[in-house]
Design a protein around this ligand. Structure first.
Ligand code: DOR
Ligand code: ZN
Length: 348
């Protein structure tokens, strides 16, 4: 058999949760080994709402990166009333703060301080448009009257469309898109709107979460959607279209917090993202598009350089062993396991 190898520019993760302290120490190596850059989410408790907090979080991340590793953490600020137009002007060409993140209140982990009245931030969006700052959006409404599977669609129709009409040059990333409607919507808009896509929304659907048995480890926000949606996401990711790029939304939680009567949303995918992505793109016959999705499109959107170190992946006939849970003191974090044999590994 011919040897199967893939070489691409070292990828970027345009959406990751690294948390803090002990969890950060344990999960960060999976990001700095596999990715060249990562855009780190600000939903800590309390969230990263100021330049001062962002700087100390950045320094804490950097302290945990060995000197010989070439990895660039990039940060986001949590959209809140603490963000002023003066602060935004200081961010227009910032070294490591690359976006403002908008969480609808109650949409996900640590979003209690998120936005409930989107229009009250239009003054901020206007300044962001002026300074060329990127707005990252968790695109779901949180109205209890809206079915959880429709929250992304309703957000697009009732919130996003109005933001884009009001600020046509505002750079927006609709994050972790999950539906056919989101792919169609993003494709229909100008180049100021892009979307990130996660590994888990590309690999599994809501039946994997809910049919036969409930699998709390597959619970995430936005919730997994139908097989039709998943297929459309795969088509978008593998199309090479510059609007679509990788944002893992890798979100570690302790197993006790996932397997609880009130379990947390989030899937910890960083350790296996690239290998499963290579396999997916290869099996789809689209391996030539992987570099665009994982290493180029996002960087171009965020105005970051696309040159640099390369990484290689190779096919193995014998599937990889399932990775063990991560042990942190007396707690554990489980690594995404979609129950799909994995035949690709990174060449060291
Ligand atoms: O599943 C998710 N988990 N989605 C998010 O938007 C946030 C994340 C987390 O921080 O746990
Ligand atoms: Zn997230």
């Amino acid at each position: 058999m011919t040897r199967k190898n893939v070489e691409i520019i070292k990828p970027d993760d345009w959406h990751v949760h690294l948390r803090e302290d002990a969890i950060m120490k344990h999960v960060l190596p999976y990001t700095y080994k596999n990715f060249k850059r990562a855009l780190v989410m600000p939903n800590l408790n309390p969230p990263i709402t100021t330049l001062k907090k962002a700087t100390s979080y950045y320094e804490a991340i950097c302290r945990n990166i060995p000197i010989e590793i070439k990895f660039h953490p990039l940060l986001t600020l949590y959209l809140s009333e603490e963000i002023s137009t003066t602060l935004l002007s200081a961010l227009s060409d910032h070294k490591f703060i690359k976006a403002i993140k908008m969480y609808p209140r109650g949409a996900t982990t640590n979003s209690e301080l998120g936005v409930s009245n989107f229009r009250s931030y239009y003054r901020i969006f206007e300044a962001m448009e002026k300074y060329g700052l990127v707005l990252c959006i968790h695109g779901e409404v949180t109205d209890e009257n809206i079915d959880v599977f429709d929250r992304e669609k309703v957000f697009i129709d009732t919130v996003l469309l109005d933001i884009l009409k009001s600020f046509p040059n505002l750079k927006v990333v609709l994050e972790h898109i999950t539906t056919k409607e989101a792919v169609e919507f993003v494709s229909s808009q100008n180049e100021s709107l892009a979307a990130s896509i996660t590994l888990h929304h590309l690999l599994i659907n809501r039946n994997k979460l809910l049919s036969e048995k409930i699998r709390p480890h597959f619970f995430c926000a936005p919730i997994l959607k139908s097989e039709i949606d998943r297929k459309v996401l795969v088509e978008a990711a593998t199309s090479g279209i510059s609007k679509f790029f990788l944002g893992t939304d890798s979100a570690p939680h302790f197993i006790k917090d996932k397997l609880s009567p009130c379990g947390c949303a989030g899937i910890f995918t960083s350790p296996v993202t690239m290998e499963y992505l290579v396999q997916l793109f290869y099996n789809e016959g689209k391996i030539d598009m992987l570099e665009k999705f994982a290493s180029i499109n996002g960087a171009l959107f965020y105005g970051e350089p696309t040159v640099g170190e390369k990484v290689k992946y190779r096919y193995r006939n014998i599937p990889m062993k399932r990775l063990k849970n991560i042990q942190i003191e007396n707690e554990e974090i489980s690594i995404f396991d979609p129950s799909i044999d994995l035949h690709w590994e990174r060449e060291k």
